[in-house]
Design a binder for this molecule. Structure first.
Ligand SMILES: [Zn+2]
Ligand SMILES: [Zn+2]
Length: 221
């Protein structure tokens, strides 16, 4: 697990599943309460991360309904006795597919009903921390991003990657929606916001605005 530190937010990244999906353990250093964002699988590794950090799991947060991000979220919630918040209800159809072995690319998975569906403008708490919820459809219709403004950290799932953007060739994907979400909802948060993508290395919005071939400012004149 790699860690980055901010005033009272800590973020640890644990890649899970055959897709090397970046499950994030985010926690509040004042209360040592935390959330796992997108626990798609490899639950033993996630429990080990909790043990090693001494974090008490308070809840599970979900960015979107793809199996590598939430396939095992329902199972983990049941085992740990914690609620699931997110994604937006637009991804209900993806979460229902988790029970279909033909839709799981060989991963383990189980459908679940989140304790709370999220909408744009909601906030979610982790210990004493408050994250803003930003609805960013395009990769999936119900994709949300979690932003901790005070620390300038965002967990963006499969909306944006270092040097790339999310696929939009899945059912109900929409390329124009995705570009609009990135340029109109993420960029205004600030060039100095560091983000954890669903796969691969972390980056900042400013770096992507300069260099990302899909969404760099130069591309839009
Ligand atoms: Zn995805
Ligand atoms: Zn993914």
């Amino acid at each position: 697990m790699t860690e980055t530190s901010q005033p009272s937010l800590k973020v640890g990244i644990v890649p899970v599943t055959a897709f090397q999906q970046n499950c994030s353990l985010v926690w509040c250093t004042e209360t040592m309460k935390g959330a796992l964002v997108d626990p798609g699988g490899d639950l033993d590794r996630l429990k080990l991360a909790l043990e090693q950090t001494g974090v008490t799991l308070e809840k599970i947060l979900i960015t979107h309904g793809h199996m590598d991000h939430c396939g095992m979220a329902g199972v983990l919630a049941g085992q740990m006795g914690v609620p699931i918040e997110g994604p937006h209800e637009g991804d209900r159809f993806w979460i229902e597919k988790l029970d279909d072995p033909n839709s799981r690319y060989g991963l383990e998975g189980q459908s679940f009903e989140p304790d709370r569906w999220l909408v744009d403008g909601d906030t979610v708490t982790v210990g004493n921390l408050t994250f803003d919820v930003i609805h960013c459809p395009g990769h999936t219709p119900g994709h949300v991003v979690f932003h901790h403004a005070r620390s300038k950290v965002a967990i963006v799932g499969d909306v944006l990657f270092k040097g790339s953007i999310g696929r939009t060739d899945f059912e109900r994907g929409n390329h124009a929606d995705l570009i609009h979400a990135i340029t109109h909802k993420l960029w205004p948060l600030g060039d100095d916001v560091a983000f954890v993508p669903g796969h691969g290395e972390t980056s900042t919005f400013g770096y992507e605005r300069r260099t990302n071939p899909f969404v760099a400012d130069a591309r839009f004149g």
